[in-house]
Design a protein around this ligand. Sequence first.
Ligand code: HEM
Ligand SMILES: *[C@@H]1O[C@H](CO)[C@@H](O)[C@H](O)[C@H]1NC(C)=O
Ligand SMILES: *[C@@H]1O[C@H](CO)[C@@H](O)[C@H](O)[C@H]1NC(C)=O
Ligand SMILES: *[C@@H]1O[C@H](CO)[C@@H](O)[C@H](O)[C@H]1NC(C)=O
Length: 336
Amino acid sequence: MMHKYHVHALWFVITLFLVVHQLFSPTVAALEVDYYRLTCPMAEKIVRRTVTRAVDRDRGLAPALIRMHFHDCFVRGCDASILLDPTATNRTEKLSPANTPSLRGYEVVDEAKARLESHCPQTVSCADIIAFAARDSACLAGGPEYAVPAGRRDGAVSRESEVLPNLPLPNSTLDQLIQIFSSKGLAVEHLVALSGAHSVGVSHCSSFAHRLYGFNATHAQDPALDRSFASLLKANCPPSSGTDTARTDPTVPLDSKASDRLDVRYYMNLMAGRGLLGSDQALVSGPVTAALVAVHAAEPWRWKEEFAAAMVRMGSIEVLTGEEGEVRKDCRAVNG
Ligand code: HEM
Ligand SMILES: *[C@@H]1O[C@H](CO)[C@@H](O)[C@H](O)[C@H]1NC(C)=O
Ligand SMILES: *[C@@H]1O[C@H](CO)[C@@H](O)[C@H](O)[C@H]1NC(C)=O
Ligand SMILES: *[C@@H]1O[C@H](CO)[C@@H](O)[C@H](O)[C@H]1NC(C)=O
């Protein structure tokens, strides 16, 4: 017979295990792959077709939609708060300098939503459309194909003031990056895997000009930046870069080899001092993340798997499910 004390101890251990398990397991349990199989079987196909057509028209929309998912999920969770248009009384997330003028792709979501509303009215949430569109974009850009757990509901609140405090900055240090990802329940591994998204798309000069001109009291430019790469960037980004007009704030590809493909070239660039943003280059400034960078650079197929898993994980941040929130009729406004 087990002693009473041992039984208590056993239950204590089991309870502790369950609590710890709850704390650290991914919060995707509430979301479900093939969520619309009964209510709107064509949902994911409709989004895929819309995104494919848009990307055929403008390849830059693939990176734009991947970034939209990131900016949605990090600010108030993946609840499509990024899509709400400002009103007379509300300055919404869109207006933040982190999103205007650089975030694009809203029209693609509108187009997918319009098609979905005619097929299955008020069934597919805008938050799920963003998650599907980001996956489709990643796939179209040569990245992994993966299943997206869905069932997110749309939020009713969107505040410009919540954007900057919740997103990493292009000049964030490694510690700051790790801290902000951890505050969203994402590990160092997720940070490094997801940063590979910067193998596609562009950045405005203003996001990294501080690395080129007057870096700090002892260095005119960031010493972590490869010198020939720095010269190339200076040629494209005159010292006046930094104001918000296209004329004085040009864009350059995030991946200096301009491969336009979602791949591990990004990690090779970092190892060669050719990361564009300070936050990119910061990944090789610490031993743990630098080791992960080297592994990704060497094992493209494994990075694809980790990127997909990290996207799913990011897509589960603070989601609204069940009866929470609503399914918007128009992604730009809460239901009246
Ligand atoms: C790790 C911290 C991150 C920082 C500091 C950061 C910052 C930035 C900045 C400053 C830009 C350029 C904006 C501009 O000047 O036009 C950018 C672009 C981009 N970011 Fe990030 N980002 C981070 C993580 C991520 C993640 C996790 C993803 C998605 C998984 C992502 C996807 C993208 C994409 C695809 C672009 C290109 C957008 C386009 O071409 O329209 N980023 N990011
Ligand atoms: C707009 O502001 C009002 C209060 O001024 C608030 O009740 C409402 O939730 C806000 N809407 C959004 C979309 O944030
Ligand atoms: C990054 O730049 C902002 C201004 O854009 C500044 O307030 C902040 O201190 C900088 N952070 C670091 C780590 O240099
Ligand atoms: C300038 O930046 C370099 C490289 O990040 C750093 O080692 C150095 O301490 C900085 N100098 C000052 C004065 O902040």
